[in-house]
Design a protein. Structure first.
Length: 301
């Protein structure tokens, strides 16, 4: 327990240092907020970094229109409680404007469509630093990111042209038109995040805990059937199971896991014994071997 506490304290201190460097080096930072546990953890860290003042930048949510209702309700309540500006931009607007095309079929998802809406929002508000909750343990493309990850004037990421980050020296110098994605919890693991949530008594959406839900199974994964978002074949049978979600994204690409974990301590024990990665329940990562990397090259989180 002592070793775990020391590790969490070190990770917290690193993240607070990163937040303060962002505010010192950039003019218009923003925190990319999804309502998921990682972005909620970022908000808590930002509170600590600038206490007793308020968080000195807005939250930006790119809403696919296919988010879990529990997450949206939590997002709105948190922003209200903190008194922080919440900017919401909708993928549906990009679809209506013909900028992106809605997918169809059993694996249709709006997850990748967020890219256009995000890049439009960055241009609209002239954000020069977008703070995100990505962690290097999530996926191999994420492991290639620096803490300050430069995007070109088209929002694209070049994984082969990353700046060195030696001795915690973070270089925020960018050219006109460029922006930086910032990842304060890059060095955290899923278990670290949950341990921090437990130690700080951070509230999170109920969807992360075990609950009864109407679901159906496909390709070895469990999908929500409580809505009309997720495509379901006629032969795919709906059943009620006790499930929870390890990660929260677009409903159409985020599967649940069987679980009886109703408290944070139970969740932590589940994670410790799991042999499947957190993003193992994200079907969008399974489209190809380099699915995440290709999305990131185009401007994804």
């Amino acid at each position: 327990m002592i070793k775990s506490t020391v590790n969490i304290n070190a990770l917290e201190n690193e993240a607070i240092y990163i937040f303060r460097e962002v505010v010192a080096q950039f003019e218009r930072p923003v925190l990319l907020f999804s309502g998921g546990k990682d972005s909620i953890t970022l908000v808590k860290l930002a509170q600590k970094a600038f206490y007793p003042g308020k968080i000195p930048f807005p939250l930006l949510h790119i809403d696919t229109g296919h988010n879990f209702p529990e997450t949206i309700a939590f997002r709105d309540e948190l922003a209200k409680d903190l008194g922080v500006e919440l900017i919401v931009r909708n993928v549906q607007d990009a679809i209506d404007q013909g900028k992106v095309k809605e997918e169809s079929g059993r694996y249709a998802s709006r997850n990748g469509l967020q890219i256009t809406t995000l890049l439009d929002a960055i241009e609209e508000f002239k954000f020069d630093a977008c703070i995100g909750g990505a962690r290097r343990d999530e996926e191999k493309a994420r492991a290639k990111e620096r803490i300050f990850s430069v995007r070109d004037s088209f929002g694209q990421w070049d994984e082969k042209n990353q700046r060195p980050e030696l001795f915690d020296m973070l270089n925020g110098k960018i050219d006109l038109g460029q922006n930086v994605r910032v990842f304060p919890i890059s060095n955290w693991t899923e278990l670290d995040v949950w341990t921090y949530i437990e130690s700080e008594k951070i509230e999170i959406p109920s969807i992360y805990f075990s609950h009864k839900r109407n679901v159906f199974q496909r390709d070895g994964l469990i999908w929500s059937a409580d809505d009309s978002i997720v495509y379901r074949d006629e032969e795919e049978t709906v059943e009620e199971l006790m499930v929870r979600f390890r990660t929260v994204g677009d409903m159409s690409c985020t599967a649940a896991v069987l679980s009886n974990a109703t408290e944070i301590g139970d969740v932590i024990e589940e994670i410790r014994s799991s042999t499947i990665s957190e993003r193992g329940a994200r079907i969008d990562d399974k489209r190809s071997e380099a699915a995440m990397e290709k999305r990131k090259q185009q401007g994804y989180f």
